[in-house]
Design a protein around this ligand. Structure first.
Ligand code: TXA
Ligand code: MG
Length: 349
């Protein structure tokens, strides 16, 4: 299949282009498009065969459910059995935006979309291209991140192209996304809402609206025998090809450790990759590093992370070491993805 590649203005997409892409979706085809979090691979969420095509294009296990994207709050109600009060309040506060909520599904949602579950994940993105496309495509668009299964999520259209060219109908290139990490997922099918995937809308922001919120115990590195509730959080994911180790501790000691490991690797003829904070650049003098951005700007770190992991693949790096990037705002989301990319390989020095 030939993939049509079209450029769109991220703020004000050309209605003709959107119309064309909407037609592809309405006839069951697949269109990759930018959202504020990462690029999504869209297909008609109410069409079983479109959902099947999404799994095939990504090489994704078919028991890993898709998120249904809507552009209008009214479209939530036909999809779900009930909307708890807390979810109404969260939608009011953070929709449209980087928040996905999980509800008990109605029969309108095919099992192909829900991965066989009785629940459905719903998100209303804020990106103008996403919103226009969802409407043009019929209002209910299933969209996982537009990467091949297991690779880091795409934050630019060329990432999508690298993974899915020839496997989908169309790519809409709206430039770089805004956030760079996937949406926060909150499960409303239990008594107390549970965070299944941390994201830009952090725990404190959720607590402000909901009061009590729990973190899915399966997300913690310490609970390796507890399965995360979101099927997608169980797979090795966001992962670069080379093994990655996260090193925690005081900056000087972390740098000393990584320097030693990197020179050992290079002596053994391996190509080493190092990710560090911009502020720590001088601690690695003489070594090639990739700056993750400034520590006090966690949005910069979030936005760059997946691109850095992809660049290491391109550069055929053999081993990667990264500093840890904790922060009150996006720290949970960044460390969740980084630790998953590392397969929870963490060393504390
Ligand atoms: O930011 C995002 O959410 C992006 C953009 C494109 O909107 N989409 C995204 O989709 O990240 P995906 O498919 O890559 O990740 C969806 C995650 C998976 O971990 C999946 O297992 C989980 O959501 N999920 C979906 N439906 C669920 C359900 N009913 N119960 C539990 N987890 C669910
Ligand atoms: Mg994904």
């Amino acid at each position: 299949m030939e993939t049509e590649y079209l450029t769109v203005d991220p703020g004000k997409p050309d209605p003709e282009v959107i119309k064309k892409a909407g037609k592809v979706l309405r006839r069951g085809g697949l269109v990759a498009f930018p959202t504020e979090t990462v690029y999504g691979l869209g297909g008609d969420a109410l069409n079983m065969s479109a959902a099947g095509r999404i799994y095939a294009a990504k090489g994704r296990p078919s028991d890993n459910p898709l998120i249904v994207h809507i552009a209008d709050t009214a479209h939530l109600y036909p999809l779900v059995k009930e909307v708890p009060e807390g979810a109404v309040a969260l939608a009011r506060a953070y929709w449209p935006g980087p928040l996905t909520m999980i509800f008990k599904k109605t029969t309108l949602v095919p099992y192909a979309t829900s991965g066989g579950l009785e629940t459905v994940a719903v998100r209303m993105p804020s990106h103008p291209v996403a919103r226009a496309l969802i409407e043009a495509g019929g209002g209910y668009i299933a969209a996982p991140s537009a990467n091949s299964s297991g690779r880091p999520s795409p934050t630019r259209a060329d990432h999508v192209k690298a993974d899915l060219d020839g496997r989908i109908d169309m790519i809409l290139d709206g430039g770089e996304v805004n956030i760079g990490l996937e949406s926060t997922i909150v499960d409303f099918t239990e008594e107390i809402p549970v965070i299944l995937r941390p994201g830009y809308i952090n725990k404190a922001m959720l607590e402000e609206i909901l009061g009590e919120v729990r973190m899915d115990p399966g997300l913690s590195s310490e609970n390796e025998n507890v399965r995360p509730k979101a099927p997608g959080m169980r797979y090795r994911h966001y992962a670069p090809k080379a093994p990655l180790t996260v090193v925690e501790g005081a900056a000087e000691e972390v740098a000393a450790f990584i320097r030693k490991k990197a020179s050992e690797a290079e002596e053994a003829g391996q190509k080493a990759g190092i990710i560090c904070a911009e502020e720590h650049r001088s601690l690695y003098e003489g070594l090639e590093i990739v700056s993750a951005g400034h520590l006090e700007n966690d949005e910069e770190i979030a936005l760059g992370l997946y691109g850095i992991l992809r660049d290491f693949d391109e550069a055929s790096v053999d081993r990667i070491w990264s500093e840890a990037f904790d922060s009150p705002g996006l720290g949970d989301a960044i460390m969740n993805r980084l630790l998953k990319a590392a397969g929870h390989q963490v060393i504390t020095v």
